[in-house]
Design a protein around this ligand. Structure first.
Ligand SMILES: Nc1ncnc2c1ncn2[C@@H]1O[C@H](COP(=O)(O)OP(=O)(O)O)[C@@H](O)[C@H]1O
Ligand SMILES: [Mg+2]
Length: 403
């Protein structure tokens, strides 16, 4: 076994080679015959990657925080990017599979049904009870525990070995059990006011809730699941850090990235502006640059549907500081007209346009809040926890509605 090299595949084609040096820094080079698409805007095919950029791209595929710590313990894997990619890189966000050099991609797809008792156990253990033969080979970013699955006719399946998944199942967070409810509510409200979002459902089993979302980077073609490439904005911009600290990474960088690279910059930039303002209105302070992605479908670069939309301010004890400032303001309850003018200037758009989008959003949120809540309550019964979201929205609208 070659210890310090991994192959990067897309379907049955080799994309390139990943290796690490003695201090753990990873480097990447494309195979000479690879010409289908660059893995990232930050990794053009015809240029040698700048120092650390390749490392960041691949490290950005990995889980973060507690989810990563738990995974390392369970897999008895050193907490190092390269070791983790070797263990779990077979199924990532986007189209690539990262495999040890002695392994070729297995194009035979197979799924195993999860029986209800097994699902209950998975939910109770937040994924830790997955059996050894189904040892996870999936790597998705984010700090929340999740597994990737396949859903067909309302039955849930585990992909066997390298088989692609089609859905993401996100578990409750131990001390914050309303997170799945808040995510489904926030996403449904976003959809109702015109944001392009993922399809997500709330599920409840054995008095625990979880979300099930359809992967936008998978498509079923002639009965087979295909992987479609994507990358998040942390990867596309070549950053390690997803939260704004000081000046960077900032909202305007995301805006200009879209203007420069999207196949439909008008539509996608408008969506991005709405995303930032919607997050401020509903109290989603965790809208960072790893919660934005480009999807490379049919050789077209488009902003992916929005995911991980959660009114985080409704969750007690979480920091309300915005992941991306509005102008130079990172406190959502202190945004002023000046912050919005600054934001418009940084994006090089007319402030009037931004105020118009904001006012339309406020009207739409006011109109859609109750119907969205009622739809959820019809299905799952009364959800008094949503009161907390309503209070935040009311306060934010009071602040922002006067511009
Ligand atoms: N519906 C989806 N389709 C495809 N990829 C997704 C989808 N939802 C999330 N992802 C990918 O999975 C990663 C983690 O999901 P996310 O919901 O952001 O989890 P967390 O709450 O842990 O941050 C995202 O950064 C994105 O790359
Ligand atoms: Mg996330």
């Amino acid at each position: 076994m070659i210890e310090d090299e991994l192959n990067v595949w897309c379907d049955d084609q080799i994309v390139g080679y990943l290796w690490r040096n003695e201090v753990g820094v990873m480097s990447f080079r494309y195979d000479d015959d690879w010409n289908r698409f660059p893995l990232s805007i930050s990794l053009p095919i015809d240029k040698k990657p700048e120092r650390l950029i390749a490392h960041r791209f691949f490290a950005n595929l990995l889980p973060e925080g507690f989810a990563r710590e738990r995974l390392c313990r369970r897999l008895r894997c050193p907490d190092a990017d390269f070791d983790l990619l070797r263990e779990i890189g077979a199924e990532c966000a986007g189209a690539i599979s990262i495999l040890p050099v002695e392994k070729a991609p297995d194009l035979q797809h197979a799924y195993r049904k999860i029986e209800e008792a097994e699902l209950v156990k998975l939910i109770e253990t937040r994924g830790a009870s997955i059996t050894v033969e189904n040892k996870p080979r999936l790597s998705l970013a984010g700090a929340q525990d999740k597994i990737t699955v396949h859903v067909d006719n309302d039955l849930i399946y585990l992909p066997v070995q390298q088989t692609p998944s089609t859905h993401i199942l996100k578990f409750e967070v131990s001390d914050f059990k309303n997170v799945p409810l808040y995510e489904v509510f926030t996403t449904s409200l976003a959809q109702a006011v015109g944001l392009n979002t993922i399809d997500i459902e709330l599920r409840v089993l054995a008095s625990k809730s979880y979300t099930l979302s359809k992967r936008y980077d998978r498509r079923i073609k002639e009965g087979e699941v295909m992987r479609i490439h994507q990358e998040d904005f942390c990867q596309a911009l070549g950053f390690k850090e997803k939260y704004q600290r000081g000046d960077e990474p900032n909202f305007a960088q995301c805006y200009h990235l879209i203007i420069e690279h999207s196949a439909n910059p008008l539509e996608d930039a408008e969506q991005l502006l709405k995303w930032q303002l919607f997050n401020v209105i509903v109290g989603n302070s965790d809208a960072h640059i790893k919660n934005l992605s480009f999807l490379y479908d049919n050789n077209q670069t488009r902003l992916a549907p929005f995911y991980d939309l959660v009114s985080t301010r409704a969750i007690e004890h979480l920091d309300m500081t915005l992941a991306l400032s509005v102008g130079s303001q990172n406190k959502p309850n202190q945004i002023t007209e000046k912050s919005l003018i600054e934001m418009a200037n940084q994006c090089r758009i007319r402030p009037r346009r931004l105020f118009d989008i904001l006012n339309q959003l406020i009207t739409a949120v006011e109109k859609q809040y109750q119907p969205t809540r009622s739809a959820i309550e019809r299905q799952y019964g009364a959800q008094p926890a949503l009161q907390r979201v309503e209070r935040i929205i009311e306060k934010q609208i009071k602040l922002l509605g006067k511009f």
